[in-house]
Every structure is written in structure tokens, then in C-alpha cells.
Design a protein around this ligand. Sequence first.
Ligand code: SF4
Ligand code: SF4
Length: 370
Amino acid sequence: MSDTGYLPKEKIKDFLKELAKDAVVYAPCLEGDIVLFRPFSEERTLCLDRPANTPPKSVIYPQSETLFAFQYKKAPEDHQKMSVELKADIGVPNMVIFGARPCDAKGFRIYDRVFIETNTPDPYYRKRRENTLIVTLSCAAPSPGCFCVAVGGGPAHKEGSDVMMTELEGGYVIEPVTEKGRAILGKHVIEDGKPYLKDAQHVQAKAHDEVRNPFAPDELPKISQSLFNFDGFWEQVVGKCVSCGACTYLCPTCYCFNITDEQGIGSGERVRSWDACMFFHFTLEASGHNPRPTKFQRFKNRVGHKFIYYPEKYEGVIACCGCGRCIRYCPVNVDISEIVNYLKDTHQELHWASSRKEGTQPTVGSTKDE
Ligand code: SF4
Ligand code: SF4
């Protein structure tokens, strides 16, 4: 069998049906004007011509999930004595994420380091991750806001994918990336893709050249600490943020969560739900003290986590895959790539330092429309 497959466009539904025999297949589907990952069925309209509005992160890392149920039990011999019975169910079906973009797959690698590659792996995340096959579609052209190449990725970057597809006029070239992904080549609708491989590589290289790199010529952005620690900079660049949290919810690399006990009489459930560092309550302590009470401190933490703290912990890996969603969908046009660009430029540091001395406000591009 050749190492490369080919899926003719007219057979894509047959292919999805074949995958669905053994797994729940999540694919990007049109809902009104937006594209969301949904369990695929014949009634849904598949949409592969642009990246989904939301990444497929909830398939492996649900927005809300029950970790376990608990029930208080009185001891029959002494009603003053109580015990708690716990029940956890982490049964997960086989799943396929079909048509994710390479940045979305790279996002799961950001999660893997936190939830799996640690001394205390998260059994819920790990089980879903192990049971999921990720079939990505390389991007033929960048979408507004994308900057994947500037943070170590690219429109055909394979990290996190099990299989990568590249679209040609009549079909998709299929390149397995992992052993798990190789099984795809055995599906009966898959033809030999070797004759098309060069064309696919050409499409990939062309797309790579078209993605903007706001941090060029640097290979990866390196943030200047003194500007990062200057509050006036943050006050100005995020002055127009409305703290809606959309940037964190749409981000394929944001993974903060909250845990709550949803309690009834004598029983309840412990639930984990996504949280967002852009919300005021995120770091609110029981005493009423909040170490990050202002939105500029919260945004500073968001950028710091992705571009300083995570890389410090995980061998320089930046916890942003450059998908551009936070830029495309921020209601007030806050642009994280523009902010990081300011932070890495030492000339900007001098510019801000001198304005600090003179008491003037330097102009930041991202706030010019205010
Ligand atoms: S999407 Fe924009 S306005 Fe909303 S929290 Fe993020 S930066 Fe602020
Ligand atoms: S920070 Fe923005 S560009 Fe980076 S991965 Fe998250 S949503 Fe995408």
C-alpha cells in the first residue's frame, strides 16, 4: 500500500459514513452563517472552505463535564456518621475530529503537556485524547488574522494531527502522520495518492508563503520584560476591551477551568467548566481580594501566559497557535499579534520609556479607532 492516499471529492460523504461506523465523527458544519464542529449526519451541511468559527477543542475538552457524582450516606448503625460515595464514569466512545485546521491540532499539543505529560495526568482529558483520531485539512490560503507561521506552526504543520488532507481540484491528498492515522489508508473509498503528492506539496508551500508573519524576521517572538511590566502600556492597548471573554472561549490553546459542586439534597455532581482569565471573577478570592482587579492586568496575564510563562515551563513552546480567531472575532479589534509585536520590539520600549518621562501617551495602532 502507498504511504499516501487520495479521497475524490464526490466520495467524501461515503468516507465520513465509513468513519462513522466505528466512531462519532465531528466535522465542521454550517449553522446559519457560522461553522461549528458537530456530530456529522446526512442532514448536516459540511463546510470545509473556511476554518470553523470555534475550534474543535470541546470534543476532547468539553465546555462542561461531570467529573463524578457523589452521595452522602448515613451509617445504619449510627445516623450521626456519614460517608460519601463517589461514582465516576469516564467511558468515552471512539471519536474522529474531521476537517480541523493544523492550528487546531497544534492546540491539542498545548493541552497534552498540561493534562497528560505531567506527574498527575487528567484521566478525563487523556481518555478522550486517546480515543480521538484527528484528521486535519491543510489551509490553502490564510484567513484574516492568521499568523501560524510566526509562532512555530504553518498551514500544513502536522503537529497534533493523525492524518493531514490537502485539497486539490478533484479531491484530497491524504498523508498519515501517526500510526493511528495510517489506518485511514485502508478505508475502501481511499485511492492511491502518490501521483498527487507533489501537487499537494506545492499547495502547502504556496499557502505557507502567504501567511503573514507579524514578528519577522524573528523566528519566534521574544518579549521585552521592561515594557511587559509597564502598566501604562497595557492600560492603553486594552483600554477598549469589554471583557466579553470571547477571545478565551474561541482560543484552541486556552484551557483554564473552574470546578463547582452542583449539589442537591444528599447528593450532587462535581462539574468542571471552562473559565476565562478575562473575567473579573477569575482570580477573585474568598476574602474579596482580587490580585488582578483590572482588565489590563487580566489581559497582561493572558499574553504573559501564552508568550512567557508557558514557554518558560515547556522548552520555549509558545501557547498560541496563531489561529487568528481572537483577532477575527474580538468585538473591539484587540489584536494580540500587534500587541506582542510591540512587546518584542526594543525600539518600542525606548519609545514608551521616553513618553513615560515626558508624560505623553504614545499612539498604539490597535486603539486608533477609539
Ligand atoms: S474578545 Fe476582545 S473585547 Fe472580548 S475579552 Fe477578548 S480582548 Fe476583550
Ligand atoms: S491567542 Fe488568539 S491567535 Fe493565539 S491561539 Fe488563541 S485565539 Fe488563536
